[in-house]
Design a protein around this ligand. Sequence first.
Ligand code: NIG
Ligand code: FE
Length: 416
Amino acid sequence: MPHDCPVRLYSNARLWSGQPASAGMPATQPPPVGAIAEQAGRIVALGGPEALQRRFPDAEVHDLDGRLVTPGLIDCHTHLVHEGNRADEIERRLAGESYQDIARSGGGIRATVTATRAASTSQLIASALPRLDALLADGLTTIEIKSGYGLDLATEVRMLQAARALAAVRHVTVVTSYLGAHVLPQEHANDATGYVERVCADYLPAIVAGGWADAFDAYGDALAFSPAQIERMFAAARTLGLPVKLHADQFSDQGGAALAARHGALSADHLEYTDAAGVTALAAAGTVAVLLPGAFHFLREPQRPPVAALRAAGVPMAVATDCNPGTSPLASLLVAMNLAAIDFGLSVEECLLGVTSVAARALGRQHDCGTLGVGLRCDLAVWNVARPAELVLGLGLKPLHCRIWQGRPEPAKSTG
Ligand code: NIG
Ligand code: FE
Protein backbone atom coordinates (compact mmCIF):
# COMPACT_ATOMS: atom_id res chain seq x y z
CA MET A 1 0.00 0.00 0.00
CA PRO A 2 1.45 3.42 -0.91
CA HIS A 3 2.67 5.29 2.19
CA ASP A 4 1.61 8.66 0.85
CA CYS A 5 -2.01 7.61 0.47
CA PRO A 6 -4.07 9.67 2.97
CA VAL A 7 -5.74 7.98 5.93
CA ARG A 8 -9.36 8.63 6.81
CA LEU A 9 -10.53 8.00 10.35
CA TYR A 10 -14.19 7.17 10.89
CA SER A 11 -14.44 7.94 14.56
CA ASN A 12 -16.97 7.96 17.40
CA ALA A 13 -18.98 5.15 15.78
CA ARG A 14 -20.79 2.17 17.29
CA LEU A 15 -19.21 -0.72 15.42
CA TRP A 16 -21.24 -3.86 14.62
CA SER A 17 -18.58 -6.04 13.03
CA GLY A 18 -20.58 -8.59 11.03
CA GLN A 19 -19.24 -11.47 13.18
CA PRO A 20 -21.62 -13.73 15.10
CA ALA A 21 -22.39 -12.41 18.62
CA SER A 22 -20.63 -9.24 17.57
CA ALA A 23 -18.65 -8.04 20.59
CA GLY A 24 -20.78 -10.41 22.67
CA MET A 25 -23.66 -7.94 22.50
CA PRO A 26 -27.33 -8.67 21.81
CA ALA A 27 -28.57 -6.79 18.76
CA THR A 28 -30.92 -4.76 20.94
CA GLN A 29 -27.93 -3.14 22.69
CA PRO A 30 -25.83 -0.36 21.12
CA PRO A 31 -22.35 -1.74 20.31
CA PRO A 32 -19.38 0.01 21.95
CA VAL A 33 -17.95 3.17 20.44
CA GLY A 34 -14.83 2.76 18.31
CA ALA A 35 -13.08 3.97 15.18
CA ILE A 36 -12.03 2.65 11.77
CA ALA A 37 -8.91 3.79 9.91
CA GLU A 38 -9.05 3.55 6.12
CA GLN A 39 -6.30 3.87 3.54
CA ALA A 40 -6.54 3.23 -0.22
CA GLY A 41 -10.04 1.80 0.15
CA ARG A 42 -9.18 -0.80 2.80
CA ILE A 43 -9.56 -0.95 6.57
CA VAL A 44 -6.06 -0.58 8.05
CA ALA A 45 -6.97 -0.47 11.74
CA LEU A 46 -9.89 -0.79 14.15
CA GLY A 47 -9.83 0.35 17.75
CA GLY A 48 -10.63 3.01 20.30
CA PRO A 49 -11.04 6.54 18.88
CA GLU A 50 -8.24 8.07 20.96
CA ALA A 51 -5.75 5.30 20.26
CA LEU A 52 -6.35 5.51 16.49
CA GLN A 53 -6.14 9.29 16.55
CA ARG A 54 -2.72 9.00 18.24
CA ARG A 55 -1.61 6.36 15.72
CA PHE A 56 -2.77 8.38 12.69
CA PRO A 57 -2.29 12.06 13.76
CA ASP A 58 -2.54 13.34 10.16
CA ALA A 59 -5.72 11.43 9.31
CA GLU A 60 -8.79 13.18 7.94
CA VAL A 61 -11.25 12.63 10.81
CA HIS A 62 -14.97 11.99 10.22
CA ASP A 63 -16.88 12.15 13.52
CA LEU A 64 -19.90 9.85 13.21
CA ASP A 65 -21.59 11.18 16.39
CA GLY A 66 -22.12 7.78 17.99
CA ARG A 67 -24.02 6.37 15.00
CA LEU A 68 -24.21 2.65 14.31
CA VAL A 69 -21.77 1.42 11.64
CA THR A 70 -22.17 -1.97 9.98
CA PRO A 71 -20.38 -3.53 7.04
CA GLY A 72 -21.98 -2.25 3.83
CA LEU A 73 -24.92 -4.51 2.99
CA ILE A 74 -24.56 -7.25 0.37
CA ASP A 75 -27.43 -8.49 -1.79
CA CYS A 76 -26.20 -11.93 -2.90
CA HIS A 77 -29.14 -12.90 -5.18
CA THR A 78 -30.75 -10.48 -7.63
CA HIS A 79 -32.12 -10.39 -11.16
CA LEU A 80 -31.66 -6.60 -11.15
CA VAL A 81 -30.98 -6.29 -14.91
CA HIS A 82 -34.07 -7.01 -16.98
CA GLU A 83 -36.56 -5.17 -19.17
CA GLY A 84 -40.27 -4.67 -18.60
CA ASN A 85 -42.38 -5.48 -15.58
CA ARG A 86 -44.97 -8.15 -14.85
CA ALA A 87 -47.35 -6.32 -12.53
CA ASP A 88 -50.16 -7.76 -14.69
CA GLU A 89 -49.11 -11.26 -13.62
CA ILE A 90 -49.10 -10.31 -9.95
CA GLU A 91 -52.62 -8.97 -10.44
CA ARG A 92 -53.62 -12.27 -12.09
CA ARG A 93 -52.17 -14.14 -9.14
CA LEU A 94 -54.19 -11.95 -6.77
CA ALA A 95 -57.25 -13.07 -8.75
CA GLY A 96 -56.35 -16.73 -8.18
CA GLU A 97 -54.10 -17.91 -11.05
CA SER A 98 -50.90 -19.69 -10.06
CA TYR A 99 -47.34 -18.72 -11.03
CA GLN A 100 -47.03 -22.07 -12.79
CA ASP A 101 -50.25 -21.61 -14.83
CA ILE A 102 -49.19 -18.13 -15.90
CA ALA A 103 -45.76 -19.44 -16.93
CA ARG A 104 -47.31 -22.31 -18.94
CA SER A 105 -49.58 -19.84 -20.75
CA GLY A 106 -46.57 -17.88 -22.07
CA GLY A 107 -46.01 -15.48 -19.16
CA GLY A 108 -43.46 -15.82 -16.39
CA ILE A 109 -39.75 -15.82 -17.12
CA ARG A 110 -40.33 -16.11 -20.89
CA ALA A 111 -42.33 -12.84 -20.91
CA THR A 112 -39.31 -11.06 -19.46
CA VAL A 113 -37.04 -12.86 -21.95
CA THR A 114 -39.04 -11.35 -24.83
CA ALA A 115 -38.75 -7.82 -23.38
CA THR A 116 -35.07 -8.20 -22.48
CA ARG A 117 -34.03 -9.54 -25.88
CA ALA A 118 -35.48 -6.39 -27.44
CA ALA A 119 -33.46 -4.04 -25.17
CA SER A 120 -30.04 -2.52 -25.87
CA THR A 121 -27.27 -2.50 -23.25
CA SER A 122 -27.93 1.16 -22.48
CA GLN A 123 -31.66 0.51 -22.07
CA LEU A 124 -30.88 -2.35 -19.68
CA ILE A 125 -28.60 -0.06 -17.66
CA ALA A 126 -31.20 2.73 -17.57
CA SER A 127 -34.01 0.47 -16.41
CA ALA A 128 -31.84 -1.18 -13.73
CA LEU A 129 -30.60 2.11 -12.23
CA PRO A 130 -33.74 3.06 -10.24
CA ARG A 131 -33.77 -0.42 -8.69
CA LEU A 132 -30.07 -0.14 -7.87
CA ASP A 133 -30.57 3.33 -6.38
CA ALA A 134 -33.34 1.99 -4.14
CA LEU A 135 -30.97 -0.71 -2.85
CA LEU A 136 -28.15 1.81 -2.34
CA ALA A 137 -30.51 3.98 -0.28
CA ASP A 138 -30.70 1.09 2.19
CA GLY A 139 -26.94 0.82 2.65
CA LEU A 140 -25.92 -1.63 -0.11
CA THR A 141 -22.27 -1.71 -1.20
CA THR A 142 -22.04 -5.07 -3.05
CA ILE A 143 -24.60 -6.70 -5.31
CA GLU A 144 -24.82 -9.97 -7.22
CA ILE A 145 -26.64 -9.65 -10.54
CA LYS A 146 -27.75 -12.60 -12.68
CA SER A 147 -28.37 -12.89 -16.38
CA GLY A 148 -31.02 -15.45 -17.38
CA TYR A 149 -33.56 -13.34 -19.26
CA GLY A 150 -31.72 -13.61 -22.59
CA LEU A 151 -31.02 -17.33 -22.95
CA ASP A 152 -29.30 -16.69 -26.27
CA LEU A 153 -25.61 -15.85 -26.05
CA ALA A 154 -25.86 -12.28 -27.33
CA THR A 155 -28.55 -11.23 -24.86
CA GLU A 156 -26.98 -13.05 -21.93
CA VAL A 157 -23.68 -11.25 -22.62
CA ARG A 158 -25.53 -7.93 -22.97
CA MET A 159 -27.18 -8.46 -19.58
CA LEU A 160 -23.83 -9.28 -17.94
CA GLN A 161 -22.20 -6.27 -19.61
CA ALA A 162 -25.02 -4.05 -18.35
CA ALA A 163 -24.58 -5.46 -14.85
CA ARG A 164 -20.85 -4.76 -14.88
CA ALA A 165 -21.43 -1.29 -16.36
CA LEU A 166 -23.57 -0.32 -13.37
CA ALA A 167 -20.37 -0.31 -11.30
CA ALA A 168 -19.02 2.45 -13.54
CA VAL A 169 -21.94 4.79 -12.79
CA ARG A 170 -22.50 4.08 -9.09
CA HIS A 171 -20.17 3.44 -6.14
CA VAL A 172 -20.95 -0.25 -5.78
CA THR A 173 -19.24 -3.62 -6.32
CA VAL A 174 -21.01 -5.85 -8.85
CA VAL A 175 -20.62 -9.64 -8.89
CA THR A 176 -22.21 -11.42 -11.86
CA SER A 177 -23.75 -14.86 -12.38
CA TYR A 178 -24.49 -16.46 -15.75
CA LEU A 179 -28.00 -17.91 -15.26
CA GLY A 180 -27.92 -19.81 -18.54
CA ALA A 181 -30.23 -22.46 -17.10
CA HIS A 182 -33.18 -20.27 -16.06
CA VAL A 183 -35.82 -21.85 -18.35
CA LEU A 184 -35.75 -23.35 -21.82
CA PRO A 185 -35.97 -20.55 -24.36
CA GLN A 186 -38.96 -20.71 -26.71
CA GLU A 187 -36.82 -21.77 -29.69
CA HIS A 188 -35.69 -24.85 -27.72
CA ALA A 189 -39.10 -25.58 -26.15
CA ASN A 190 -39.04 -29.18 -27.34
CA ASP A 191 -35.31 -29.64 -27.33
CA ALA A 192 -33.98 -29.52 -23.78
CA THR A 193 -31.04 -31.75 -24.64
CA GLY A 194 -30.00 -29.48 -27.50
CA TYR A 195 -30.17 -26.40 -25.29
CA VAL A 196 -28.20 -28.01 -22.45
CA GLU A 197 -25.52 -29.10 -24.95
CA ARG A 198 -25.38 -25.59 -26.34
CA VAL A 199 -24.89 -24.12 -22.85
CA CYS A 200 -22.10 -26.62 -22.14
CA ALA A 201 -20.32 -26.55 -25.49
CA ASP A 202 -20.81 -22.97 -26.71
CA TYR A 203 -22.29 -20.52 -24.22
CA LEU A 204 -20.32 -21.37 -21.08
CA PRO A 205 -16.93 -21.36 -22.86
CA ALA A 206 -17.77 -18.03 -24.52
CA ILE A 207 -18.91 -16.43 -21.24
CA VAL A 208 -15.79 -17.67 -19.46
CA ALA A 209 -13.50 -16.55 -22.28
CA GLY A 210 -15.05 -13.08 -22.15
CA GLY A 211 -14.70 -12.98 -18.37
CA TRP A 212 -18.35 -11.94 -18.08
CA ALA A 213 -19.41 -14.04 -15.11
CA ASP A 214 -18.17 -14.85 -11.63
CA ALA A 215 -20.39 -17.95 -11.27
CA PHE A 216 -22.86 -20.20 -13.10
CA ASP A 217 -26.45 -20.41 -11.84
CA ALA A 218 -29.33 -22.76 -12.67
CA TYR A 219 -32.99 -23.15 -11.78
CA GLY A 220 -33.96 -26.67 -10.76
CA ASP A 221 -37.73 -27.06 -11.10
CA ALA A 222 -40.46 -28.88 -13.01
CA LEU A 223 -40.85 -25.60 -14.98
CA ALA A 224 -37.13 -25.35 -15.67
CA PHE A 225 -34.32 -27.95 -15.56
CA SER A 226 -34.09 -31.51 -14.21
CA PRO A 227 -31.39 -32.66 -11.78
CA ALA A 228 -29.66 -34.63 -14.56
CA GLN A 229 -29.57 -31.59 -16.88
CA ILE A 230 -28.21 -29.42 -14.08
CA GLU A 231 -25.55 -32.02 -13.21
CA ARG A 232 -24.36 -31.86 -16.83
CA MET A 233 -24.16 -28.04 -16.87
CA PHE A 234 -22.56 -27.82 -13.41
CA ALA A 235 -19.87 -30.27 -14.50
CA ALA A 236 -19.17 -28.17 -17.61
CA ALA A 237 -19.03 -24.94 -15.59
CA ARG A 238 -16.68 -26.40 -13.01
CA THR A 239 -14.41 -27.80 -15.69
CA LEU A 240 -14.09 -24.22 -16.93
CA GLY A 241 -13.28 -23.05 -13.39
CA LEU A 242 -16.60 -21.30 -12.77
CA PRO A 243 -18.17 -21.75 -9.30
CA VAL A 244 -21.81 -22.85 -9.28
CA LYS A 245 -25.00 -21.99 -7.38
CA LEU A 246 -28.58 -23.20 -7.67
CA HIS A 247 -32.21 -22.02 -7.40
CA ALA A 248 -33.17 -25.12 -5.40
CA ASP A 249 -36.38 -26.72 -4.15
CA GLN A 250 -38.51 -23.57 -4.48
CA PHE A 251 -41.82 -25.27 -5.39
CA SER A 252 -41.10 -28.94 -4.66
CA ASP A 253 -38.28 -31.09 -3.29
CA GLN A 254 -36.14 -31.91 -6.30
CA GLY A 255 -33.11 -32.89 -4.25
CA GLY A 256 -31.71 -29.50 -5.27
CA ALA A 257 -29.90 -28.74 -2.02
CA ALA A 258 -28.05 -32.08 -2.12
CA LEU A 259 -27.24 -31.58 -5.81
CA ALA A 260 -25.78 -28.14 -5.09
CA ALA A 261 -23.80 -29.55 -2.17
CA ARG A 262 -22.41 -32.39 -4.33
CA HIS A 263 -20.94 -29.77 -6.65
CA GLY A 264 -19.49 -27.68 -3.83
CA ALA A 265 -21.87 -24.87 -4.76
CA LEU A 266 -21.31 -21.45 -3.26
CA SER A 267 -24.99 -21.34 -2.38
CA ALA A 268 -28.34 -23.07 -2.69
CA ASP A 269 -31.15 -20.54 -2.87
CA HIS A 270 -34.91 -20.56 -1.96
CA LEU A 271 -35.05 -24.06 -0.28
CA GLU A 272 -38.73 -23.93 0.77
CA TYR A 273 -39.14 -27.68 0.07
CA THR A 274 -35.64 -28.91 1.04
CA ASP A 275 -35.77 -32.05 3.21
CA ALA A 276 -33.57 -33.20 6.10
CA ALA A 277 -31.09 -34.97 3.80
CA GLY A 278 -30.68 -31.75 1.80
CA VAL A 279 -29.95 -29.78 4.97
CA THR A 280 -27.36 -32.34 6.07
CA ALA A 281 -25.70 -32.21 2.65
CA LEU A 282 -25.49 -28.39 2.73
CA ALA A 283 -23.92 -28.50 6.19
CA ALA A 284 -21.31 -31.07 5.11
CA ALA A 285 -20.39 -29.11 1.97
CA GLY A 286 -20.30 -25.68 3.64
CA THR A 287 -22.74 -24.41 1.02
CA VAL A 288 -24.61 -21.26 2.06
CA ALA A 289 -28.42 -21.37 2.22
CA VAL A 290 -29.74 -18.16 0.64
CA LEU A 291 -33.24 -17.37 1.91
CA LEU A 292 -35.47 -15.25 -0.32
CA PRO A 293 -38.44 -14.09 1.74
CA GLY A 294 -39.55 -11.62 -0.95
CA ALA A 295 -40.41 -14.43 -3.38
CA PHE A 296 -42.14 -16.33 -0.56
CA HIS A 297 -44.18 -13.20 0.19
CA PHE A 298 -45.17 -12.25 -3.38
CA LEU A 299 -46.06 -15.86 -4.24
CA ARG A 300 -48.06 -16.35 -1.02
CA GLU A 301 -46.04 -19.53 -0.72
CA PRO A 302 -47.56 -21.85 1.90
CA GLN A 303 -44.29 -23.57 2.85
CA ARG A 304 -41.41 -21.95 4.73
CA PRO A 305 -37.77 -23.01 4.28
CA PRO A 306 -36.52 -25.36 7.04
CA VAL A 307 -34.91 -22.60 9.09
CA ALA A 308 -34.80 -24.50 12.39
CA ALA A 309 -33.11 -27.49 10.71
CA LEU A 310 -30.64 -25.28 8.86
CA ARG A 311 -29.78 -23.51 12.11
CA ALA A 312 -29.42 -26.77 14.03
CA ALA A 313 -27.15 -28.21 11.34
CA GLY A 314 -24.97 -25.08 11.32
CA VAL A 315 -25.73 -24.16 7.70
CA PRO A 316 -24.87 -20.47 7.19
CA MET A 317 -28.00 -18.55 6.15
CA ALA A 318 -27.91 -15.49 3.89
CA VAL A 319 -30.87 -13.23 3.14
CA ALA A 320 -31.33 -11.60 -0.27
CA THR A 321 -33.99 -9.70 -2.21
CA ASP A 322 -34.21 -11.93 -5.33
CA CYS A 323 -35.13 -8.60 -6.98
CA ASN A 324 -36.95 -9.71 -10.15
CA PRO A 325 -40.05 -8.65 -12.09
CA GLY A 326 -42.15 -11.77 -11.51
CA THR A 327 -41.80 -13.28 -8.07
CA SER A 328 -40.01 -10.60 -6.04
CA PRO A 329 -40.20 -6.99 -7.21
CA LEU A 330 -38.34 -5.99 -4.04
CA ALA A 331 -35.45 -3.53 -3.92
CA SER A 332 -34.73 -3.24 -0.20
CA LEU A 333 -32.49 -5.43 1.93
CA LEU A 334 -33.99 -3.83 5.05
CA VAL A 335 -37.42 -5.10 3.99
CA ALA A 336 -35.92 -8.51 3.11
CA MET A 337 -34.44 -8.70 6.62
CA ASN A 338 -37.76 -7.77 8.19
CA LEU A 339 -39.57 -10.46 6.18
CA ALA A 340 -36.89 -13.01 7.11
CA ALA A 341 -37.40 -12.20 10.80
CA ILE A 342 -41.19 -11.98 10.83
CA ASP A 343 -42.10 -14.65 8.26
CA PHE A 344 -39.16 -17.09 8.48
CA GLY A 345 -38.29 -16.71 12.16
CA LEU A 346 -34.68 -15.61 11.80
CA SER A 347 -33.22 -13.77 14.78
CA VAL A 348 -32.19 -10.15 14.34
CA GLU A 349 -28.55 -11.20 14.37
CA GLU A 350 -29.15 -13.94 11.79
CA CYS A 351 -30.79 -11.36 9.52
CA LEU A 352 -27.87 -8.95 9.84
CA LEU A 353 -25.27 -11.66 9.32
CA GLY A 354 -27.34 -12.80 6.33
CA VAL A 355 -26.84 -9.51 4.51
CA THR A 356 -23.20 -9.02 5.56
CA SER A 357 -20.67 -11.77 6.32
CA VAL A 358 -22.80 -14.74 5.22
CA ALA A 359 -23.85 -12.95 2.04
CA ALA A 360 -20.15 -12.34 1.32
CA ARG A 361 -19.50 -16.04 1.77
CA ALA A 362 -22.36 -16.87 -0.64
CA LEU A 363 -20.39 -14.90 -3.23
CA GLY A 364 -17.00 -16.35 -2.26
CA ARG A 365 -15.96 -12.82 -1.21
CA GLN A 366 -15.66 -13.28 2.56
CA HIS A 367 -11.99 -12.25 2.50
CA ASP A 368 -12.89 -9.00 0.79
CA CYS A 369 -16.11 -7.68 2.30
CA GLY A 370 -18.97 -8.41 4.69
CA THR A 371 -17.19 -7.82 8.00
CA LEU A 372 -15.27 -5.01 9.67
CA GLY A 373 -11.76 -6.40 9.61
CA VAL A 374 -8.24 -5.18 8.89
CA GLY A 375 -7.34 -5.76 5.24
CA LEU A 376 -10.95 -5.91 4.08
CA ARG A 377 -12.55 -3.27 1.90
CA CYS A 378 -13.72 -0.22 3.80
CA ASP A 379 -17.35 -0.71 2.70
CA LEU A 380 -19.60 0.63 5.46
CA ALA A 381 -23.16 1.63 6.13
CA VAL A 382 -23.63 4.41 8.70
CA TRP A 383 -27.06 4.49 10.31
CA ASN A 384 -29.09 7.09 12.18
CA VAL A 385 -29.74 4.53 14.91
CA ALA A 386 -27.60 3.12 17.72
CA ARG A 387 -28.99 -0.43 17.98
CA PRO A 388 -28.65 -3.07 15.21
CA ALA A 389 -32.15 -4.43 15.91
CA GLU A 390 -33.66 -1.17 14.64
CA LEU A 391 -32.48 -2.03 11.11
CA VAL A 392 -34.57 -5.19 11.11
CA LEU A 393 -37.61 -4.40 13.21
CA GLY A 394 -39.15 -1.56 11.21
CA LEU A 395 -40.39 -0.98 7.68
CA GLY A 396 -39.95 2.11 5.54
CA LEU A 397 -38.12 4.12 8.19
CA LYS A 398 -35.12 5.05 5.97
CA PRO A 399 -32.45 4.84 8.69
CA LEU A 400 -29.38 5.27 6.44
CA HIS A 401 -27.09 8.24 7.22
CA CYS A 402 -24.47 7.50 4.57
CA ARG A 403 -22.72 4.72 2.66
CA ILE A 404 -18.96 4.44 2.51
CA TRP A 405 -17.74 2.46 -0.49
CA GLN A 406 -14.03 1.61 -0.60
CA GLY A 407 -13.41 4.37 1.90
CA ARG A 408 -15.37 7.06 0.07
CA PRO A 409 -18.36 8.53 1.92
CA GLU A 410 -21.59 9.19 0.03
CA PRO A 411 -24.46 10.81 1.96
CA ALA A 412 -27.93 9.25 1.77
CA LYS A 413 -30.18 11.38 -0.46
CA SER A 414 -33.00 11.96 2.02
CA THR A 415 -31.15 12.37 5.32
CA GLY A 416 -28.44 14.56 6.81
O1 NIG B 1 -35.55 -16.48 -8.29
N1 NIG B 1 -37.06 -19.11 -9.52
C1 NIG B 1 -36.66 -18.70 -10.60
N2 NIG B 1 -36.25 -17.49 -10.89
C2 NIG B 1 -36.72 -16.30 -10.28
C3 NIG B 1 -38.06 -15.92 -10.81
C4 NIG B 1 -37.89 -15.17 -12.01
C5 NIG B 1 -39.16 -14.69 -12.68
O2 NIG B 1 -40.30 -15.13 -12.41
O3 NIG B 1 -38.92 -13.84 -13.54
C6 NIG B 1 -36.66 -16.39 -8.77
O4 NIG B 1 -37.66 -16.35 -8.05
FE1 FE C 1 -33.80 -15.85 -8.31
